[in-house]
Design a protein around this ligand. Structure first.
Ligand code: ZN
Length: 155
């Protein structure tokens, strides 16, 4: 709303809901806006538990079973105690039995190969992955003309 007020964006679509100005005027809430100046997107994606699960399609990286996020843990591929970092390329989704079995060992030592790659996703790639596995079913319909992926509701 601030960006609209200061004329930094062009409103392309709005929600049915409105916001009231201090003067009591109703202004439709924008749902899709066009930036008047290009702002480059954040290049690196922050590492989050949810992001790891999304990247891995909610599958355990060691047995490839699909689990609910409450049944998943994240595993340090190279254990933290051995200098493994909490980075995209060292964190993998793991079901509880696999995580317990692997314990404080590398995949090689545990003879549990990583069956899906641990890699750093792009923001767009992570969103697309989320759509594939249906994490987001709350996409406003007014966005659909402007995004390249489909809402699971449309599928
Ligand atoms: Zn597993």
């Amino acid at each position: 709303m601030t960006a609209v007020f200061f004329d930094r964006v062009t409103v392309l679509a709005s929600y049915d809901r409105s916001a009231r100005t201090a003067g009591g005027r109703a202004i439709p809430l924008p749902s899709v806006v066009l930036l008047r100046r290009y702002i480059s997107p954040v290049r690196r994606v922050a590492v989050t538990r949810y992001g790891i699960f999304t990247r891995d399609g909610n599958r355990c990286s060691y047995c490839l079973e699909t689990k609910s996020t409450s049944e998943l843990t994240f595993d340090h591929v190279v254990p933290r105690s051995r200098g493994g970092a909490s980075t995209w390329d060292n964190l993998a989704s793991a079901c509880m039995p696999c995580n317990f079995r692997k314990a404080n060992r590398t995949p090689q030592e545990a003879k549990m190969p990583l069956l899906q790659p641990a890699y750093e996703p792009t923001q767009a790639g992570l969103y697309a992955r989320g759509m594939e596995i249906g994490l987001r079913d709350d996409i406003p319909t007014s966005w659909l003309d402007y995004i390249y992926w489909k809402s699971p509701l449309q599928a």
